[in-house]
Design a protein around this ligand. Structure first.
Ligand SMILES: [Mn+2]
Length: 406
């Protein structure tokens, strides 16, 4: 049976500046600066270990349109390793490393095949004789809003057809709508695999055929949480086998600690330490955003120590850890009751606000537009008094949070 194996990765963002991480100890800072390259090395090592037929990089290889020399040079070194093994690499450039940027060029070895700015087909015959057509294009400029998908046409004469596309699935509204497409568009092309890039969160849009966002190789900020890596793919004429391989050297994560039962600074410190140790990985560093909620410390001095000293204590022992859990951000929310008492002392406005809320009974009017909506009312049961009370409490909590932020 005909069979190919390859690695599909995207959004390497090599040499990403990792903004907002200035105050790290030197050794952790250099780990971060190095992390996108470490991830790439893990990819090439896996390609060699698995002896894949080829590698696909689906856009945003370089973080900046100037493609720093450091990034190009490191990339080139890794590509030479694959060249020595006879493993070709298929590259499209995306919105970050579009072709209109200006950079000092380092030539890549001949195993690196870069798609030009119009959709084109590249032909590969693998070592075992399978014929593959790869389709793709590189971004000519940063902003590509055209439906490039219309230019992808299956060309007969191959055993496998693989589309490479750096772009946005149209229903996704969180991201720049570059080279938009729908799942149906891709399915209609009758390809065997769609190697997507652009969205940094890993996603399998469909399994048959596989339409895949592998996510980025290394998270770059606190929004890019969780495991990061690439796909090892085995395709046969009848099915596809996907294996996700982790490549990130540092994982971003967040945790919420409910401190409602903590009666002292020491209790809270202990809670945090327990959480930190439970999050420690034995293979990567961890960057943690910590939310401490429902804090009810009555002692003002203990409360001040939370804001001024807790973080220092928690990170002290992490400086020399290879598998550190480093808190990059810590947020405190005091319990609602404490909050109200505190706020009341801050001004008449709050006292009046809470009085108004306590007297508020007319929930029906507030939700009238829902209950009068011709479709909505079919599905809605009348509100119980418990539900009404909950709604008022939630509204109050929301108000307090919004007022606190401002
Ligand atoms: Mn990207």
């Amino acid at each position: 049976m005909k069979k190919i194996s390859f690695i599909h990765a995207a959004d390497l963002h090599l040499d990403s500046p990792m903004v907002g991480l200035k105050h790290l100890p030197a050794n952790i800072f250099s780990r971060v600066k190095e992390s996108t390259f470490t991830a790439l090395k893990r990819l090439t090592a896996a390609a060699i270990e698995q002896q894949v037929d080829f590698v696909i990089l689906a856009g945003d290889l370089f973080d900046g349109e100037d493609r720093s020399l450091r990034a190009q040079s490191r990339f080139r070194t890794e590509m030479f390793k694959l060249a020595e093994q006879g493993i070709p690499v298929y590259v499209v450039h995306g919105n970050h490393d579009h072709l209109n940027g200006s950079w000092v060029n380092l030539d890549m070895p001949a195993n690196v095949h870069i798609f030009n700015h119009q959709v084109e087909t590249k032909f590969l015959q693998t070592k075992s004789g399978e014929k593959v057509h790869l389709y793709g294009f590189s971004y000519p400029t940063r902003h590509v809003f055209d439906r490039k998908i219309e230019n992808y046409q299956k060309v007969e004469g191959a055993d496998f057809h693989i589309g490479i596309l750096h772009g946005n699935e149209s229903s996704g509204i969180e991201h720049d709508n570059y080279a938009p497409f729908t799942i149906k568009d891709l399915q209609e092309k009758d390809f065997d695999y769609w190697a997507l890039g652009h969205i940094h969160k890993r996603a399998i849009l469909t399994e048959n055929p596989p339409i895949i966002y592998p996510g980025n190789l290394q998270g770059r900020n606190k929004k890019e949480t969780g495991k990061k890596g690439f796909n090892l793919v085995d395709l046969t004429e009848v099915d596809a086998k996907l294996e996700f391989i982790e490549s990130a050297d540092i994982i971003w994560t967040e945790a919420v600690i409910d401190a409602a039962n903590a009666n002292s600074f020491h209790d809270i410190l202990h809670l945090c330490q327990t959480t930190i140790n439970s999050l420690r990985s034995d293979r990567t560093g961890t960057f943690l955003t910590l939310h401490l909620t429902n804090i009810e410390l009555a002692d003002q001095r203990e409360k001040r120590s939370l804001e001024s000293e807790l973080l220092e204590l928690l990170i002290e022992d992490e400086k020399d850890e290879e598998y550190f859990v480093w808190i990059v951000d810590i947020k405190f929310t005091v319990s609602r009751q404490m909050d109200k008492e505190q706020l009341k002392t801050e001004g008449n406005f709050f006292e009046e606000l809470f009085e108004t809320i306590d007297k508020y009974v007319d929930v029906e009017t507030a939700v009238a537009s829902l209950y009068e909506h011709q479709i909505g009312r079919k599905y809605l049961a009348p509100l119980s008094s418990v539900e009404k009370k909950e709604m008022i409490e939630k509204a109050e909590k929301l108000l307090i949070e919004l007022l606190y932020e401002s």
